[in-house]
Design a protein around this ligand. Structure first.
Ligand code: HEC
Ligand code: HEC
Length: 345
């Protein structure tokens, strides 16, 4: 009997010791975080955040936007109503067609591959060949006002201009360094070494574009207000003018490849091939559109004119037809040999 009691006591001691030890190990495990591992975890987290970073969705943020940003938003999203032909007050009418800035700068300027404005202010002032000067962001916006919008310049110090720039600044907040390139301009295409084939362009248009932009490129007006566009026009009197960047086949093909057909193509997942985008770009730009006056003064240094600028004068002997429809590689070769200038557009 005594022996059993002693044994029980010893067993109890043993259990108590084991229990304390197990508890200690358990607590140590609970609180232990190895210092080197934590650094690794933090670094991976940062990379992940940069890769999944998204620009702001202006449509969602609209209710929370600071007033000035909101004003800029309406100017670029409903341009015709706030500073175009549909503005109530005639003094507010600066743009000449019923397009919106956001018809070309998609997702209200936030879409990579569509000439996005995310991160744009850092890139200005910038040299521009069209004026042969270092231009401000305001000058660049006015480039689109006079050409893409077929209108008049917005005074540099006007409330409207200021609001647009403030909006662009707001859009750019927080862009990680390693994402900046993606939001700049249009991705390049491989330029086919042939002239635009309007027959091929027409076929692409019928298959991929006509459903929204219409048989005559006239677009579709908004059913509610009958003034702004649900699907904007691609040619005709209410489109961009012939001095616009979109009227150059290479620029237009780059935009189309990365952005159209709408909601089916993005810069990292395009639908058309480079050739299809090229021929259809030539096709939409083969029709009449408003005429920009004084384009002969563009590019004071004519050597800097993009090869697919369809209007002269040029400092080469290629025909007007070839400047409009290509093939462009021979013109590019000429500038490289003759002037040492490498042109991509
Ligand atoms: C018909 C299409 C179209 C419309 C409408 C349009 N733009 Fe543009 N915009 C362009 C093209 C094309 C470029 C040149 C893109 C390129 O070559 O990378 C451009 C370039 C710009 C740039 C310079 C972008 C950069 O990365 O350097 C700014 C800023 C800009 N547009 C602002 C505006 C504003 C503001 C409006 C409205 C007032 C507007 N655009 C309307 C087609 C358009
Ligand atoms: C599903 C409808 C749809 C299809 C199909 C479509 N687009 Fe668009 N397109 C749009 C919309 C909508 C916009 C304006 C986007 C915005 O405001 O956010 C636009 C804008 C454009 C613009 C710039 C604005 C302008 O009016 O100049 C061009 C150029 C363009 N599309 C060309 C094409 C071409 C070429 C095709 C065929 C390859 C095509 N689109 C197919 C709906 C469409």
């Amino acid at each position: 009997m005594n022996e059993i009691r002693v044994l029980a006591k010893q067993l109890f001691k043993l259990f108590a010791i084991v229990f304390v030890l197990v508890s200690l190990v358990f607590m140590w495990l609970l609180t232990y975080t190895p210092s080197t591992d934590s650094v690794v975890i933090k670094e991976t987290e940062e990379v992940v955040t940069n890769d999944i970073w998204k620009p702001k969705d202006a449509n969602i943020e609209l209710p929370n936007m600071p007033e000035k940003v909101k004003k800029g938003y309406y100017l670029i999203a409903e341009t015709s109503k706030y500073m175009g032909p549909n503005a109530e007050n005639a003094a507010d009418r600066f743009s000449g067609n019923n397009l919106a800035c956001a018809n070309c700068h998609l997702q209200k300027g936030a879409q990579a591959g569509s000439g996005s404005w995310v991160g744009i202010l850092e890139r200005f002032p910038q040299f521009g060949g069209r004026s042969n000067t270092i231009g401000s962001i305001e000058d660049r916006i006015n480039g689109c006002m006079e050409r893409s919008m077929n209108g008049k310049i917005l005074p540099e110090s006007s409330d409207k201009m200021e609001a647009i720039v403030v909006y662009m600044d707001w859009l750019s907040e927080g862009i990680p360094e390693n994402r900046k390139a993606e939001f700049k301009g249009y991705p390049k295409i491989e330029i086919p070494n042939v002239a635009v084939n309007l027959e091929k362009g027409s076929q692409v248009y019928q298959k991929e574009c006509v459903i929204c932009h219409g048989n005559n490129g006239e677009g579709v007006l908004n059913a509610v207000d009958g003034k702004s566009y649900t699907y904007p026009p691609l040619w005709g009197p209410d489109s961009y003018n012939d001095g616009a960047g979109m009227n150059r086949v290479i620029t237009s093909a780059e935009f189309i490849k990365s952005n159209m057909p709408y909601l089916q193509a993005t810069w990292d997942n395009p639908k058309l091939t480079d050739e299809e985008a090229y021929h259809v770009a030539g096709y939409i730009n083969s029709f009449s559109r408003p005429h920009k006056l004084n384009t002969e003064n563009d590019y004071p240094d004519k050597k800097l004119k993009p090869v697919s600028t369809p209007y002269g004068p040029w400092v080469d002997d290629f025909s007007a037809e070839q400047h409009k429809y290509g093939p462009f590689p021979p013109i590019m070769d000429f500038y490289e040999k003759e002037y040492g200038i490498i042109k991509t557009k």
